[in-house]
Ligand binder design. Sequence first.
Ligand code: TEU
Length: 556
Amino acid sequence: MGMDTDNAPWWTRATGYQIYPRSFQDSDGDGIGDLRGIISRLDYLAGLGIGFVWLSPVYASPMCDMGYDISDYRAIAPEFGTMGDMDRLIAEARARDIGIVMDLVVNHTSDRHAWFEEARASRDAARRDWYVWRDPAPDGGPPNDLQSTFGGPAWTLDASGQYYLHLFDRHQPDLNWDNPAMRAEIHAMMRWWFDRGIAGFRMDVIDLIGKDVDRGVTVDGPELHDRIREMMQATAAGRDVVTVGEAWSATPETALLYCGRDRGELSMIFQFAHITRFWGGPRGKWAPEPFDLVEFKRVLDRWQAALAEDGWNSLFWSNHDLPRAVSAYGDPGRWRVRSAKMLATVLHLMKGTPFVYQGEELGMANAGFGSIDAYRDVETLNMHRLMTEGGMSDAEFLAGAAISSRDNARTPMQWTDGAQAGFTTGTPWIGVNPDHRQVNAAAQLDDPDSVLAHYRRLIALRREMDLIVFGSYTPLVPDHPAVFAYRRDLHGEALTVIANWTGEEVSLDLPPGMETAGTCLITNCERRDRLDTRMNLAPYEAFALLHAPSSPARRD
Ligand code: TEU
């Protein structure tokens, strides 16, 4: 059963934009981005054409994990502003037809959350059971060998003589999702935010909330889907909102459990298989395996196929945890503009809801800091300590961090070629990438050939064309090592998307029987208005041709 396109939810036609508030726009000169800064840039976002913003956490937090360690879900961190600013942001965004999607981080809280402070104070505390406590193993060590994503054991011994669980930093204790009172309080908090007028939630590591710790099961646990369903019933029922679950463990086989239309769970999930596919080596993301386009396409094609009739895909190359797309997959040097446009073209014309990570629309690149002192991210700093203690040299660690540290995505948004890229009048909390002199929004806003203009066009095309939103997806040349190509079809109308994923000229033999005549919808090179059975593609060339309905072949 396909989707009823006339009654499809708003978020199937929208493009999302992720803001990392700390690095987007500072309004008061303290070097940290804030809500008023975001409000001052809403016209920029409206000009880009996006439908909603996913706002990384702005709640009260000691900022050990830059806001993913929340100490009060119903308060705004003072460095970001006030609840009044938040209400204004929601209203001013809404006035521009932009929804605000909050980040829901409920696998864990900060160790400074009042609940944890109460829980750790005594074994008999009423909220003791809101977190996960276990007695030491017979040798006094941790209860089992669960490891933290940020390095080291996932258990820390507390003054009470018991260990508490933290799948991330030790300052991020895991909530105990087996406790119904805790769950009810999270649901109440979510309703409270929905009532303030937000458009939805992005749900941090949501695949962890069904865990069975004693059996060593963390992701995709036995209770997971019951808990998501219970959460949605208690909070989102009857509201027209979008929910996106972050699910590193999801596979094409499990995807519909989260987002199948009859499941009562989520609108869509973020899946990471196209990224983790290259993290399988002994040092994981710190020394990724060589990129292989055929494998990459295979992963994405499988996701397109898995959610072709039911469920919905999210589409993204980057976020605040990942390297900059143009650094990871394109060429931030010689071919920055063209490769950034190529990546955008391939992503935005697939089926699903695309997400732009702040600065991606300018072609922003990894900072690749040359010294550990320049890094701020808890994961990078923890891993640096563990890996250098294990004998790795500083230089070797830094080489990996230049590729994969989360801080590559977290340098300030580049608004101008001036001081601190126009991000702040003060000293930024993390270094600005020196390339802001060439790469910045001011230089691109009125340039029709800019990366920014290309994103604007792609986002507008999606708003206008059902073919892009709902058309079926068929991979073309899946085995070609350099070309990413696919076709979209809806009611006899078709779109062919062809992209050279490399900095070399390549030749492409198209499968026989394809329509050749078309109209160029978008390109990053010279216009083409037809396909040839054999074509030479320029470095990073990407274009889309629209084929009008061919009367005898109409299928509706
Ligand atoms: O990320 C989940 C997560 O597992 C990442 O930390 C990821 O595994 C890591 O970057 C890869 O090395 C979410 C948030 O997006 C992230 O910013 C938070 O730090 C994390 O959860 C904890 O809340």
